[in-house]
Design a protein around this ligand. Structure first.
Ligand SMILES: [Zn+2]
Length: 191
């Protein structure tokens, strides 16, 4: 297992559509393991393969809240096959959009079909934070970030700030200053 580098917006790779995996083989399982380790290290509660530059349809999740503890979940080729008409709004964050949070409305309940770590087809009914998280991660596979769900005014403001932070970080690195790891407002919110 290895902790991989998480790409941050604006990065063109985060806007690309990921390709389905042909089968869950040893290489895909290795990718799933690397993604889990990277997610725990960040720390976050979800991660999609494009966030580490792999344009494959693989996501991992682990929600550890008082009301819901899922343990590690890995999904290859996840697909939403059912969504409720009713929406739910959560304040979302993203490991690829560090230190920015925004309310996003999505279907409150979804059913997702996917291949598990053994390549077996499964379906999972999701609600609450799990539903938000699964939809957020599947969006990543289609090159969509949570900031694409908010107003362009707010999105552009966040992207400008991210670019500014990146430039400052690059300047500090060039000057030999130690890199400060960004502290998420609430670690569990970053997906
Ligand atoms: Zn994300």
């Amino acid at each position: 297992m290895a902790v991989r580098t998480i790409l941050t917006a604006p990065n063109p790779r985060l806007k690309k559509k990921a390709q389905p995996v042909a089968a869950v083989d040893a290489e895909v399982r290795q990718l799933m393991d690397d993604m889990l380790e990277t997610m725990y290290d960040a720390p976050g509660i979800g991660l999609a393969a494009p966030q580490i530059g792999e344009l494959r349809r693989v996501i991992v999740l682990d929600i550890d809240r008082e009301e819901l503890k899922t343990g590690p979940i890995v999904m290859a080729n996840p697909e939403i096959i059912e969504a409720s008409d009713e929406d739910a709004t959560y304040e979302e964050g993203c490991l690829s959009v560090p230190e920015h949070y925004s309310d996003v409305a999505r279907p409150a309940k979804v059913t997702v079909r996917y291949l598990d770590r053994d390549g077996a087809p499964r379906e999972m009914a999701c609600e609450g934070l799990l539903s938000t998280c699964v939809q957020h991660e599947i969006d990543h596979l289609d090159g969509i970030l949570f900031i694409d769900h908010i107003s362009s005014l707010k999105r552009n403001m966040i992207l400008r700030k991210l670019l500014k932070t990146r430039k400052e970080k690059e300047r500090d690195e060039a000057e030999g200053k130690p890199a400060a790891k960004p502290k998420p407002k609430e670690p569990a919110a970053a997906i």
